[in-house]
Design a protein around this ligand. Structure first.
Ligand SMILES: *[C@@H]1O[C@H](CO)[C@@H](O)[C@H](O)[C@H]1NC(C)=O
Ligand SMILES: *[C@@H]1O[C@H](CO)[C@@H](O)[C@H](O)[C@H]1NC(C)=O
Ligand SMILES: *[C@@H]1O[C@H](CO)[C@@H](O)[C@H](O)[C@H]1NC(C)=O
Ligand SMILES: *[C@@H]1O[C@H](CO)[C@@H](O)[C@H](O)[C@H]1NC(C)=O
Ligand SMILES: *[C@@H]1O[C@H](CO)[C@@H](O)[C@H](O)[C@H]1NC(C)=O
Ligand SMILES: *[C@@H]1O[C@H](CO)[C@@H](O)[C@H](O)[C@H]1NC(C)=O
Ligand SMILES: *[C@@H]1O[C@H](CO)[C@@H](O)[C@H](O)[C@H]1NC(C)=O
Ligand SMILES: *[C@@H]1O[C@H](CO)[C@@H](O)[C@H](O)[C@H]1NC(C)=O
Ligand SMILES: *[C@@H]1O[C@H](CO)[C@@H](O)[C@H](O)[C@H]1NC(C)=O
Ligand SMILES: *[C@@H]1O[C@H](CO)[C@@H](O)[C@H](O)[C@H]1NC(C)=O
Ligand SMILES: *[C@@H]1O[C@H](CO)[C@@H](O)[C@H](O)[C@H]1NC(C)=O
Ligand SMILES: *[C@@H]1O[C@H](CO)[C@@H](O)[C@H](O)[C@H]1NC(C)=O
Length: 498
């Protein structure tokens, strides 16, 4: 008895020592997360940095009232924590002293955003106190900056900065020389600015350039005057949401390592022959929301390396033959494995063989996405040619059925996901899908069709009962949205009976 009491006393004493170990609590207006080693503080009444639990390594201060940032101001963070990420967003900062960051020995990510009263030169001078061998990425967003000083990053000359993001400012140009001090810069994100003029000289090791939503009218020049690339390592380029209206076969010279290109939401009217042909490593192309597109020339998609093409929401009229050549459109990119053509006008009813003509070169497709493309009939002998096709999405078209399902789907199928949601299918019977398809499929969506509950539908009813209502599941097939969206539409007296 005595022994147990003693042990308890010792345990409790140890516990108290543990708790009162000088470890501060995480008090409001701060919130901490021990698992993520994070803290966030948010209050307009907070005008100093409180002590935080020692496990905190990443801090975020949003909407506080800090005004002057100095070395002593950060003392609670730098003396008791090993901070690697410091995020200061919208804290009414007016100035930063030159030595402000001197005691952050572990800082690799610095963000200073939404500070429209902070002079750039104040921040620029403070860069000299950053630990140059640690600091890795910088973010300055929403600061209303229009122009950067030419020597903005001179203090970071010997740093190892790899990523700079200055989104949502009002920058008017991209002058590569400004970044040339950052000799290891791999990622530059200048989305949501007003950039019009671009000079890429000085970005020799850049791998990712993001210029979404700027004021770019012409594709920038990627080659210097001797025909060498300014950005020979560039792998990812995003020019979405600009005002570019023309591209041609010389637009993408000197980007021999580009893997991904996105030019969505621009004003192109013509997609010219060989526009992307210089991009010998291009793997993924996004060309979506180009609503003014009128003509696709014959060898526009002459990109043999291309694996994924996103041509969505262009409202392009593939149903009008004079705007493109069905036979050649995809014959120069036979390596495609993913093709998304959602929301365009594909050839309709009588022209279902045109569909076949378009897609027949694409024998390596694994994922074909064609929702909302006005398809009325499925072509014979097309899908059976796509030996690797795993996912076929035909949602939201006008398909009402087909005969000879083996010629539509083939008798040996790789297909795992088939989506026929919201078409006009009335009847599903024994011959609608070849047995081999039904055994290979993992997901089938026939929801929101126009099912008619007549005697012809009995097979489907029985099949559902056997496969989806009995306890012992016979296969791995999931019938998406069953039973809610499998109501009868005809005859009308049976409407909404499953
Ligand atoms: C450090 O934090 C303590 C309490 O959390 C606070 O009283 C003190 O003023 C802070 N020091 C600085 C320099 O902000
Ligand atoms: C922010 O702090 C300053 C003094 O440092 C004070 O004058 C101002 O009223 C504070 N702002 C708010 C919104 O609390
Ligand atoms: C910093 O905080 C802002 C506001 O919450 C957030 O949008 C941003 O992603 C954060 N940045 C980093 C690097 O954590
Ligand atoms: C800059 O900060 C110092 C204190 O570090 C302060 O005395 C000075 O007035 C500030 N300057 C401006 C322009 O806010
Ligand atoms: C900077 O970081 C390195 C670790 O990468 C460390 O060894 C060095 O002491 C730090 N220097 C300063 C001045 O904090
Ligand atoms: C910032 O740096 C860290 C560590 O070096 C890295 O893991 C992270 O992905 C970087 N963030 C950005 C936005 O590049
Ligand atoms: C681009 O900037 C470099 C310096 O960074 C300069 O030498 C060159 O003349 C500029 N090119 C143009 C076309 O302005
Ligand atoms: C063009 O770039 C190459 C390779 O970076 C370089 O050697 C050459 O001097 C550059 N030419 C001009 C005129 O800048
Ligand atoms: C596009 O290329 C095709 C095939 O090489 C050629 O027949 C056609 O004339 C070219 N179109 C234009 C407008 O140059
Ligand atoms: C097409 O794909 C094959 C295998 O995936 C690859 O070996 C070949 O190099 C690719 N062709 C081009 C032009 O990239
Ligand atoms: C299945 O329905 C189609 C019409 O959609 C019909 O032509 C065919 O004969 C039916 N097959 C069977 C086995 O009932
Ligand atoms: C269902 O899937 C599991 C694992 O994915 C597999 O082991 C099993 O053989 C499958 N059953 C049938 C009937 O295909």
């Amino acid at each position: 008895m005595n022994m147990i009491v003693k042990i308890y006393t010792i345990l409790i004493a140890l516990l108290i020592i543990e708790i009162s170990d000088g470890e501060p609590d995480c008090k409001k207006p701060c919130y901490c997360n021990r698992m993520k080693k994070m803290a966030a503080c948010n209050s307009r009444h907070l005008h100093y940095i409180p002590r935080l639990p020692s496990y905190v390594e990443q801090v975020k201060f949003v909407e506080n009232n800090f005004t002057h940032l100095s070395r002593s101001f950060f003392q609670n963070l730098t003396s008791f924590n090993k901070i690697n990420l410091l995020n200061l967003t919208d804290n009414f900062v007016l100035n930063i002293s030159v030595d402000a960051f001197a005691d952050f020995h572990y800082l690799n990510t610095l963000e200073i955003s939404k500070e429209n009263k902070l002079p750039i030169f104040s921040l620029k001078k403070a860069f000299q106190s950053l630990n140059k061998s640690m600091v890795n990425n910088l973010t300055f967003s929403g600061n209303e900056w229009e122009h950067l000083p030419l020597d903005m990053f001179i203090e970071l000359k010997l740093s190892r900065i790899r990523s700079v993001s200055m989104t949502s400012n009002s920058l008017k140009d991209l002058n590569g020389g400004i970044y040339s001090y950052l000799t290891e810069l791999k990622t530059l994100n200048l989305a949501h600015n007003e950039i019009k003029n671009i000079n890429l000289s000085g970005l020799i090791v850049l791998e990712e350039l993001v210029l979404i939503e700027n004021n770019i009218h012409n594709v920038p020049t990627w080659c210097n005057s001797t025909g060498d690339s300014f950005v020979p390592q560039l792998k990812v380029l995003r020019l979405d949401s600009n005002s570019i209206s023309e591209m041609n076969s010389s637009s993408f010279k000197c980007l021999q390592n580009l893997i991904q290109l996105r030019v969505d939401y621009n004003n192109f009217r013509f997609l010219e022959n060989n526009t992307f042909s210089d991009l010998v490593k291009l793997d993924r192309l996004h060309f979506s929301h180009i609503t003014r597109l009128k003509v696709i020339q014959e060898t526009a998609f002459n990109v043999p390396s291309l694996k994924s093409l996103y041509f969505q929401n262009n409202g392009f009229h593939f149903d009008k033959g004079n705007k493109f050549n069905a036979k050649t459109i995809f014959s120069y990119c036979p390596n495609l494995t993913t093709l998304d053509m959602s929301s365009n006008f594909l050839p309709s009813m009588k022209k279902s063989q045109l569909l076949k003509l378009m897609f027949i070169p694409l024998t390596k497709l694994e994922k074909l996405t064609l929702p909302d493309t006005r398809i009325r009939a499925l072509p014979f002998d097309l899908f059976p040619n796509m030996k690797f096709l795993k996912t076929l999405n035909l949602q939201g078209n006008f398909i009402n059925g087909w005969n000879d399902s083996e010629r539509i789907f083939g008798n040996k199928s790789s297909l795992k996901t088939l989506n026929l949601q919201a078409n006009n299918i009335r009847l599903v019977n024994k011959t609608t899908f070849p047995p081999s398809i039904l055994s290979s499929l993992e997901s089938l969506d026939l929801s929101s069709n126009q099912f008619s509950c007549t005697c012809d539908q009995i097979w489907f009813r029985e099949w559902i009962r056997e496969n989806f209502e009995s306890k012992s599941k016979k296969n791995n097939l999931t019938l998406i949205s069953y039973p809610e969206k499998y109501a009868c539409m005809f005859p009308s007296n049976l409407r909404s009976v499953a």
